[in-house]
Ligand binder design. Structure first.
Ligand code: DGY
Length: 324
Protein backbone atom coordinates (compact mmCIF):
# COMPACT_ATOMS: atom_id res chain seq x y z
CA UNK A 1 0.00 0.00 0.00
CA UNK A 2 1.33 3.49 -0.93
CA UNK A 3 1.96 5.95 1.89
CA UNK A 4 -0.76 8.44 2.71
CA UNK A 5 0.09 12.10 1.92
CA UNK A 6 1.33 14.08 4.95
CA UNK A 7 -0.99 17.01 5.48
CA UNK A 8 -1.08 19.89 7.95
CA UNK A 9 -4.29 21.60 9.07
CA UNK A 10 -3.18 25.01 10.37
CA UNK A 11 -6.21 25.76 12.62
CA UNK A 12 -8.95 23.72 14.33
CA UNK A 13 -11.67 22.69 11.86
CA UNK A 14 -15.14 21.25 12.56
CA UNK A 15 -14.76 17.82 14.21
CA UNK A 16 -16.62 16.03 11.44
CA UNK A 17 -14.10 17.25 8.86
CA UNK A 18 -11.04 16.59 11.03
CA UNK A 19 -12.27 12.99 11.42
CA UNK A 20 -12.47 12.55 7.64
CA UNK A 21 -9.00 14.06 7.19
CA UNK A 22 -7.54 11.81 9.92
CA UNK A 23 -9.01 8.73 8.23
CA UNK A 24 -7.85 9.58 4.70
CA UNK A 25 -4.46 11.23 5.23
CA UNK A 26 -1.42 11.23 7.49
CA UNK A 27 -2.85 14.36 9.11
CA UNK A 28 -1.35 16.75 11.69
CA UNK A 29 -3.74 19.07 13.50
CA UNK A 30 -3.26 22.28 15.45
CA UNK A 31 -4.86 21.24 18.74
CA UNK A 32 -4.02 24.57 20.43
CA UNK A 33 -5.65 26.53 17.55
CA UNK A 34 -3.02 29.26 17.94
CA UNK A 35 -2.19 30.91 14.59
CA UNK A 36 1.13 29.69 13.19
CA UNK A 37 3.91 32.24 12.71
CA UNK A 38 5.94 32.75 9.53
CA UNK A 39 8.76 30.41 10.61
CA UNK A 40 6.33 27.60 11.42
CA UNK A 41 4.51 28.03 8.09
CA UNK A 42 7.82 28.14 6.18
CA UNK A 43 8.81 24.90 7.95
CA UNK A 44 5.44 23.34 7.08
CA UNK A 45 5.97 24.06 3.37
CA UNK A 46 9.15 22.00 3.64
CA UNK A 47 7.72 19.06 5.60
CA UNK A 48 4.15 18.40 4.43
CA UNK A 49 2.71 17.28 1.06
CA UNK A 50 -0.33 19.50 1.63
CA UNK A 51 -0.83 22.51 3.88
CA UNK A 52 -4.44 23.54 4.56
CA UNK A 53 -4.34 27.22 5.56
CA UNK A 54 -7.01 29.81 6.34
CA UNK A 55 -7.29 33.57 6.16
CA UNK A 56 -5.34 33.87 9.44
CA UNK A 57 -2.21 32.38 7.82
CA UNK A 58 -0.03 34.75 5.78
CA UNK A 59 1.85 33.01 2.95
CA UNK A 60 3.85 35.74 1.16
CA UNK A 61 6.54 35.02 -1.45
CA UNK A 62 9.26 35.17 1.22
CA UNK A 63 7.97 31.92 2.77
CA UNK A 64 8.58 30.06 -0.48
CA UNK A 65 11.98 31.60 -1.20
CA UNK A 66 14.99 29.36 -0.75
CA UNK A 67 13.12 26.49 -2.35
CA UNK A 68 13.21 22.92 -0.97
CA UNK A 69 9.41 23.04 -0.96
CA UNK A 70 7.74 19.68 -0.27
CA UNK A 71 4.17 20.99 -0.35
CA UNK A 72 2.39 20.31 -3.63
CA UNK A 73 -1.02 21.75 -2.75
CA UNK A 74 -2.38 24.51 -0.50
CA UNK A 75 -6.00 23.56 0.15
CA UNK A 76 -7.27 26.89 1.44
CA UNK A 77 -10.20 26.82 3.88
CA UNK A 78 -12.08 29.84 2.55
CA UNK A 79 -13.09 31.43 -0.71
CA UNK A 80 -10.77 34.46 -0.39
CA UNK A 81 -7.10 33.71 -0.91
CA UNK A 82 -5.40 37.11 -0.92
CA UNK A 83 -3.32 35.93 2.08
CA UNK A 84 -1.46 33.57 -0.29
CA UNK A 85 1.06 34.82 -2.86
CA UNK A 86 -0.37 32.90 -5.79
CA UNK A 87 2.49 33.81 -8.15
CA UNK A 88 5.09 32.52 -5.70
CA UNK A 89 3.09 29.33 -5.11
CA UNK A 90 2.86 28.82 -8.89
CA UNK A 91 6.57 29.49 -9.30
CA UNK A 92 7.36 26.68 -6.87
CA UNK A 93 4.82 24.34 -8.52
CA UNK A 94 2.32 24.52 -5.65
CA UNK A 95 -1.37 24.16 -6.60
CA UNK A 96 -3.81 26.37 -4.69
CA UNK A 97 -7.53 25.65 -4.20
CA UNK A 98 -10.33 27.49 -2.39
CA UNK A 99 -13.93 26.81 -1.25
CA UNK A 100 -16.39 28.80 -3.39
CA UNK A 101 -20.16 28.39 -3.39
CA UNK A 102 -20.76 26.90 0.03
CA UNK A 103 -20.48 30.16 1.99
CA UNK A 104 -22.53 32.39 -0.31
CA UNK A 105 -25.76 32.47 1.69
CA UNK A 106 -24.21 32.75 5.14
CA UNK A 107 -21.91 35.60 4.08
CA UNK A 108 -24.82 37.47 2.47
CA UNK A 109 -26.81 36.88 5.67
CA UNK A 110 -24.08 38.56 7.73
CA UNK A 111 -23.97 41.49 5.29
CA UNK A 112 -27.74 41.82 5.69
CA UNK A 113 -27.42 41.56 9.48
CA UNK A 114 -24.82 44.34 9.51
CA UNK A 115 -26.93 46.53 7.23
CA UNK A 116 -30.01 46.16 9.41
CA UNK A 117 -28.03 46.46 12.60
CA UNK A 118 -26.24 49.69 11.74
CA UNK A 119 -29.33 51.30 10.17
CA UNK A 120 -31.58 50.43 13.12
CA UNK A 121 -28.87 50.93 15.78
CA UNK A 122 -29.33 47.48 17.30
CA UNK A 123 -25.77 47.34 18.64
CA UNK A 124 -26.21 50.63 20.46
CA UNK A 125 -29.63 49.56 21.73
CA UNK A 126 -28.32 46.28 23.04
CA UNK A 127 -25.41 47.99 24.80
CA UNK A 128 -27.86 50.41 26.43
CA UNK A 129 -30.12 47.63 27.73
CA UNK A 130 -27.21 45.51 28.99
CA UNK A 131 -25.74 48.51 30.78
CA UNK A 132 -29.04 49.02 32.61
CA UNK A 133 -29.32 52.51 31.05
CA UNK A 134 -32.63 52.20 29.21
CA UNK A 135 -35.08 54.69 30.71
CA UNK A 136 -38.14 53.58 28.72
CA UNK A 137 -39.93 54.10 25.38
CA UNK A 138 -40.09 57.62 24.00
CA UNK A 139 -40.82 59.00 20.50
CA UNK A 140 -37.33 60.37 19.95
CA UNK A 141 -35.31 57.50 21.36
CA UNK A 142 -32.49 55.98 19.28
CA UNK A 143 -33.89 56.93 15.90
CA UNK A 144 -32.40 55.03 13.01
CA UNK A 145 -32.77 54.88 9.24
CA UNK A 146 -35.55 53.05 7.37
CA UNK A 147 -34.21 50.21 5.21
CA UNK A 148 -37.24 49.14 3.15
CA UNK A 149 -37.44 50.83 -0.25
CA UNK A 150 -33.93 52.31 -0.14
CA UNK A 151 -31.17 51.85 -2.74
CA UNK A 152 -28.48 49.23 -2.27
CA UNK A 153 -25.18 49.66 -4.11
CA UNK A 154 -23.09 46.53 -4.55
CA UNK A 155 -19.42 46.49 -5.50
CA UNK A 156 -18.60 43.05 -6.93
CA UNK A 157 -21.54 41.16 -8.40
CA UNK A 158 -20.30 37.61 -7.88
CA UNK A 159 -22.12 34.87 -5.98
CA UNK A 160 -22.25 36.75 -2.67
CA UNK A 161 -23.10 40.10 -4.28
CA UNK A 162 -26.02 38.48 -6.09
CA UNK A 163 -27.20 36.76 -2.90
CA UNK A 164 -27.16 40.15 -1.14
CA UNK A 165 -29.09 41.74 -4.03
CA UNK A 166 -31.69 38.98 -3.79
CA UNK A 167 -32.17 39.52 -0.05
CA UNK A 168 -32.48 43.30 -0.39
CA UNK A 169 -34.73 43.24 -3.48
CA UNK A 170 -37.15 40.51 -2.45
CA UNK A 171 -37.00 41.01 1.30
CA UNK A 172 -36.84 44.79 1.55
CA UNK A 173 -38.18 46.14 -1.77
CA UNK A 174 -34.85 47.81 -2.41
CA UNK A 175 -33.65 49.18 -5.71
CA UNK A 176 -30.28 47.55 -6.42
CA UNK A 177 -27.43 48.99 -8.48
CA UNK A 178 -24.00 47.45 -8.80
CA UNK A 179 -20.49 47.83 -10.16
CA UNK A 180 -18.73 44.78 -11.56
CA UNK A 181 -15.50 44.71 -13.56
CA UNK A 182 -16.96 42.47 -16.26
CA UNK A 183 -20.31 42.95 -17.96
CA UNK A 184 -23.23 41.03 -16.36
CA UNK A 185 -26.11 39.89 -18.57
CA UNK A 186 -28.83 42.51 -17.84
CA UNK A 187 -31.48 39.76 -17.75
CA UNK A 188 -29.52 37.91 -15.04
CA UNK A 189 -29.15 41.12 -13.03
CA UNK A 190 -32.82 42.04 -13.49
CA UNK A 191 -33.80 38.72 -11.94
CA UNK A 192 -32.79 40.13 -8.55
CA UNK A 193 -33.91 43.65 -9.38
CA UNK A 194 -30.40 44.91 -10.09
CA UNK A 195 -28.88 47.26 -12.68
CA UNK A 196 -25.21 47.50 -13.59
CA UNK A 197 -23.68 51.00 -13.52
CA UNK A 198 -20.50 52.05 -15.31
CA UNK A 199 -18.25 53.06 -12.41
CA UNK A 200 -17.73 52.49 -8.69
CA UNK A 201 -18.43 56.21 -8.25
CA UNK A 202 -21.83 55.90 -9.97
CA UNK A 203 -22.79 53.20 -7.48
CA UNK A 204 -21.45 55.09 -4.45
CA UNK A 205 -23.33 58.25 -5.44
CA UNK A 206 -26.65 56.44 -5.96
CA UNK A 207 -26.69 54.18 -2.91
CA UNK A 208 -28.13 54.57 0.57
CA UNK A 209 -26.26 51.41 1.55
CA UNK A 210 -23.03 50.29 -0.14
CA UNK A 211 -22.10 46.63 0.31
CA UNK A 212 -18.67 45.36 -0.73
CA UNK A 213 -18.42 41.89 -2.28
CA UNK A 214 -15.22 42.01 -4.33
CA UNK A 215 -12.00 40.07 -3.63
CA UNK A 216 -9.28 41.67 -1.51
CA UNK A 217 -5.67 42.38 -2.42
CA UNK A 218 -4.15 43.55 -5.71
CA UNK A 219 -5.91 46.42 -7.38
CA UNK A 220 -8.82 46.25 -4.92
CA UNK A 221 -6.57 47.38 -2.04
CA UNK A 222 -8.06 50.68 -0.78
CA UNK A 223 -10.69 50.66 -3.51
CA UNK A 224 -12.74 52.66 -1.00
CA UNK A 225 -10.44 55.63 -0.41
CA UNK A 226 -11.02 59.22 0.83
CA UNK A 227 -12.12 60.43 -2.61
CA UNK A 228 -14.66 57.64 -3.01
CA UNK A 229 -15.99 58.01 0.55
CA UNK A 230 -16.62 61.66 -0.31
CA UNK A 231 -18.77 60.58 -3.28
CA UNK A 232 -21.13 58.67 -0.95
CA UNK A 233 -24.24 60.41 0.38
CA UNK A 234 -23.70 61.84 3.89
CA UNK A 235 -26.65 59.74 5.10
CA UNK A 236 -25.30 56.51 3.53
CA UNK A 237 -23.81 53.44 5.19
CA UNK A 238 -20.89 51.21 4.15
CA UNK A 239 -21.05 47.44 4.72
CA UNK A 240 -17.90 45.34 4.35
CA UNK A 241 -17.96 41.55 4.51
CA UNK A 242 -15.32 41.16 1.78
CA UNK A 243 -11.77 41.92 2.92
CA UNK A 244 -10.48 44.63 5.24
CA UNK A 245 -7.91 45.94 2.78
CA UNK A 246 -10.62 46.89 0.24
CA UNK A 247 -11.27 49.91 2.50
CA UNK A 248 -8.71 52.50 3.59
CA UNK A 249 -9.53 52.04 7.28
CA UNK A 250 -7.98 55.33 8.41
CA UNK A 251 -10.00 57.21 5.81
CA UNK A 252 -13.15 55.35 6.85
CA UNK A 253 -12.62 56.25 10.51
CA UNK A 254 -12.23 59.91 9.53
CA UNK A 255 -15.40 59.71 7.40
CA UNK A 256 -17.35 58.20 10.30
CA UNK A 257 -16.00 60.67 12.85
CA UNK A 258 -16.74 63.72 10.71
CA UNK A 259 -20.10 62.76 9.20
CA UNK A 260 -18.87 62.23 5.63
CA UNK A 261 -20.99 59.06 5.84
CA UNK A 262 -23.51 58.09 8.52
CA UNK A 263 -22.29 54.67 9.55
CA UNK A 264 -20.64 51.36 8.73
CA UNK A 265 -21.08 47.65 9.37
CA UNK A 266 -17.79 45.79 9.28
CA UNK A 267 -17.03 42.06 9.48
CA UNK A 268 -13.45 42.42 8.20
CA UNK A 269 -10.53 44.71 9.05
CA UNK A 270 -7.23 45.76 7.54
CA UNK A 271 -4.99 44.00 10.05
CA UNK A 272 -7.07 41.31 11.73
CA UNK A 273 -7.57 40.78 14.59
CA UNK A 274 -6.50 44.36 15.40
CA UNK A 275 -9.42 46.75 15.30
CA UNK A 276 -8.28 50.35 15.87
CA UNK A 277 -9.37 51.93 19.14
CA UNK A 278 -10.81 54.94 17.25
CA UNK A 279 -13.12 52.59 15.36
CA UNK A 280 -14.14 50.74 18.52
CA UNK A 281 -14.95 54.07 20.17
CA UNK A 282 -17.55 55.00 17.54
CA UNK A 283 -21.26 54.35 18.11
CA UNK A 284 -22.16 54.56 14.40
CA UNK A 285 -20.38 51.32 13.49
CA UNK A 286 -21.28 47.69 14.01
CA UNK A 287 -18.18 45.53 14.36
CA UNK A 288 -18.09 41.75 13.97
CA UNK A 289 -15.11 39.37 14.28
CA UNK A 290 -15.07 38.03 10.67
CA UNK A 291 -18.18 35.86 11.11
CA UNK A 292 -19.34 35.76 7.47
CA UNK A 293 -19.12 31.99 7.00
CA UNK A 294 -19.38 31.08 10.68
CA UNK A 295 -22.25 28.60 10.78
CA UNK A 296 -21.93 24.92 11.57
CA UNK A 297 -23.35 23.95 8.18
CA UNK A 298 -21.11 26.26 6.18
CA UNK A 299 -17.85 25.65 8.04
CA UNK A 300 -18.38 21.89 7.67
CA UNK A 301 -19.16 22.31 3.95
CA UNK A 302 -16.02 24.44 3.53
CA UNK A 303 -13.92 21.73 5.15
CA UNK A 304 -15.47 19.03 2.98
CA UNK A 305 -14.66 21.14 -0.11
CA UNK A 306 -11.01 21.12 0.93
CA UNK A 307 -11.21 17.34 1.39
CA UNK A 308 -12.62 17.02 -2.16
CA UNK A 309 -9.90 19.25 -3.58
CA UNK A 310 -6.92 17.52 -1.99
CA UNK A 311 -8.39 14.03 -2.55
CA UNK A 312 -8.75 14.79 -6.27
CA UNK A 313 -5.25 16.23 -6.38
CA UNK A 314 -3.55 13.25 -4.73
CA UNK A 315 -5.55 10.83 -6.90
CA UNK A 316 -4.20 12.60 -9.99
CA UNK A 317 -7.53 14.26 -10.87
CA UNK A 318 -8.12 17.99 -11.43
CA UNK A 319 -9.13 19.60 -8.10
CA UNK A 320 -12.59 21.17 -8.62
CA UNK A 321 -11.66 24.53 -7.09
CA UNK A 322 -8.15 25.21 -8.39
CA UNK A 323 -7.28 28.91 -8.35
CA UNK A 324 -3.59 28.48 -9.27
C1 DGY B 1 -13.58 33.40 3.16
O1 DGY B 1 -14.01 32.30 2.85
O2 DGY B 1 -12.93 34.09 2.36
C2 DGY B 1 -13.83 33.87 4.53
O3 DGY B 1 -13.70 35.24 4.62
C3 DGY B 1 -12.88 33.20 5.49
O4 DGY B 1 -11.62 33.25 4.96
Amino acid sequence: MTEKPRILVTRRWPDAVERVLAAQFDASFNASDVAMDAAALAGALRSFDAVLPTVSDRLPASLFEGGDIRTRILGNFGVGYNHIDIAAAGHYGVTVTNTPGVLTDCTADIAMALLLSVARRTGEGEREVRAGQWTGWRPTHMIGTKVTGKTLGIVGFGRIGKAMAKRCHFGFDMDVVFYNRSRIDPAEAAWCGARQLETVEDVLAAADFVSLHCPGGGENRHLINPQRLAVMKPEAYLINTARGDVVDETALIHALETGIIRGAGLDVFEVEPNVPGRLRALQNVVLLPHLGSATEETRTAMGMKVVENITAFFEGREPPDRVA
